[in-house]
Design a binder for this molecule. Structure first.
Ligand SMILES: Cc1cc2nc3c(=O)[nH]c(=O)nc-3n(C[C@H](O)[C@H](O)[C@H](O)COP(=O)(O)O)c2cc1C
Length: 493
């Protein structure tokens, strides 16, 4: 990959015109996050960029945000890939995890602040929904370890700064970080934890993926990066942390204690309520010299967290459909930019092999994830092109037969849920149904369109590139027609 750590990556972003530095002084208690919101509210996705605030009131540290999840283009840069290769890169990494390399020392330990001198209020932690959030909060890579297996987990959890040396983790029994905490707490022991802020982007990318238990995100990060992530042992806890992290907060999770956490602005777009959460006492803060603080712009979509989680989730679902459930004909998955990229609408591209196949895959996605609505489309449809999706919704879905409603699904942060927390899910089969007769596309045939493209070059009309989806769609429809005319659509129709 073209970068070694976060600061190296900033250079890459800048060279692609995707980083803007803010020299003016900004107040982290409201101004910084409100300005970051304008990146998402004021610009269409393809024009968004990361922000580096270089003059933050009350701190000598610069603060970055939207550095990884400003847009799909920026996300691809963080992966060292093009947007078209995001899924291939993820699938390769999930299939070939690369263990980290333990080194004796690293820049993350250049400065060590011992327990008695720890003061979290000295960090430039922004308030992300000013006027509504109870306090500033850190969202970073939270590293924990299973007491028995020794396997580490990294999850992005909200960390509320409760005092100058106490932090609550917004995690619940469904999360692996919580399960690791319990592996110690069940024996009355304090669990080690480290919060890594500003890591090499591959670590952030892997951390936002909901991977199966026992799969260490650090290994997937190494595979995404194409080389092992260098790690060092924590100064006060037995946790391996990224050696090139900008800042690491180490601590011990209290085995029985709870503190009230929240409310904060949530990823689904609404304010969340306060709840009791586990907490830790900070045992040390380590950082690089002149550290850069990195915080995600999360909360109301569109947001950085929605982009990051959506990309990771669509790749993990894609991988699981093929490698776990054997659905070899699935060729793409896209998750729209709502509900944290976690609980929104997924579009799955596949070739159905038998009647009811697409609905089966749609039901699988609903059951294995938090996704609320799944549309199944054929391989010729671009899952990220809204006009294609509107077209198939309007022309290929018969609401009387092609919609599956799943009742009593467990949801969270879904305003449509009932008092018991239940809502519903929906599967929409927008594939061409096997055995049904469909006519040809009302577009000129490919050879004539391509010839006209040549004619176009002979004029002074504005230049353009033929979008891949046009070629793909024309080819796919031609093949579909050929097969159905011969009455052997995949041997079944
Ligand atoms: C910016 C951001 C903030 C997040 N905040 C939380 C959070 O506070 N609590 C939580 O459980 N998940 C949160 N998530 C989602 C988890 O990090 C993600 O689903 C991860 O896969 C969980 O991993 P785990 O199952 O290994 O714990 C957040 C994700 C992002 C990108």
């Amino acid at each position: 990959m073209a970068y070694r750590d976060l600061r190296d990556y900033l250079g890459l972003l800048e060279s692609h015109g995707k980083l803007r530095r803010v020299k003016r002084q900004v107040d982290p208690s409201w101004e910084l996050s409100c300005m970051a919101r304008w990146v998402y509210q004021g610009f269409p996705e393809d024009r968004r960029f990361g922000l580096l605030f270089e003059n933050v009131k009350g701190s000598s540290m610069s603060v970055g945000t939207a550095l990884i999840g400003a847009s799909r283009d920026v996300y691809a840069l963080a992966m060292g890939a093009t947007p078209e290769k995001i899924h291939d890169t993820w699938l390769r990494a999930l299939r070939n995890p690369l263990p980290p390399k333990l080194v004796n020392s690293g820049p993350a330990h250049e400065v060590v602040i011992p327990k008695e001198k720890v003061d979290l209020t000295s960090l430039p932690v922004p308030t992300w929904t000013p006027g509504k959030d109870v306090t500033p909060c850190i969202t970073a890579c939270v590293i924990t370890r299973d007491r028995d297996s020794g396997v580490q987990n990294i999850g992005t959890y909200r960390c509320q700064v409760q005092s100058k040396n106490q932090i609550t983790l917004n995690t619940n029994p469904g999360r692996q970080g919580y399960q690791n905490y319990e592996s110690y707490a069940a024996r009355g022991e304090a669990a080690p934890v480290a919060v890594a802020i500003g890591c090499e982007p591959a670590v952030h990318l892997a951390t936002s993926a909901a991977l199966p238990k026992g799969m260490d995100e650090m290994h997937v990060a190494g595979a995404l990066k194409g080389e092992p992530i260098e790690v060092v042992r924590g100064k006060t806890v037995d946790i391996l942390v990224p050696a090139h992290a900008e800042i690491v907060v180490e601590g011990l999770l209290h085995p029985t204690g709870r503190m009230v956490e929240g409310g904060f602005g949530e990823f689904a777009g609404y304010m969340g309520h306060a709840a009791e959460r586990i907490w830790f006492e900070v045992t040390a803060i380590t950082h690089r010299r002149n550290p850069i603080y990195y915080g995600y712009t999360s909360q109301c979509p569109p947001s950085e967290s929605t982009m990051i989680q959506g990309q990771a989730n669509e790749c993990v679902i894609h991988w699981q459909l093929i490698d776990v459930f054997g659905e070899q004909t699935v060729t793409d998955v896209a998750i729209n930019q709502t509900h944290g990229g976690l609980m929104g609408h997924a579009v799955v591209q596949m070739t159905p092999l038998y009647g009811g196949h697409a609905k089966k895959v749609g039901r699988l996605v609903c059951e294995m994830s938090h996704i609320k609505m799944v549309t199944l489309v054929d391989t010729g449809i671009d899952v990220r092109y809204q006009q294609h999706l509107d077209w198939v919704w309007n022309s290929l879905i018969n609401p009387a037969t092609d919609v599956v409603i799943i009742k009593d699904a467990c949801m969270f942060f879904d305003p449509s849920q009932d008092a018991a927390g239940r809502s519903g899910k929906m599967v929409l089969d927008a594939t061409h149904k096997i055995g049904h007769s469909y006519t040809d596309l009302s577009l000129p045939p490919k050879h004539l369109l391509w010839k006209a493209y040549e004619s176009w070059q002979d004029t002074d009309l504005p230049a353009f590139n033929i979008p891949q989806r046009v070629e793909h769609s024309l080819d796919w429809h031609a093949r579909r027609l050929e097969r159905s005319e011969k009455g052997r659509f995949l041997g079944l129709g």
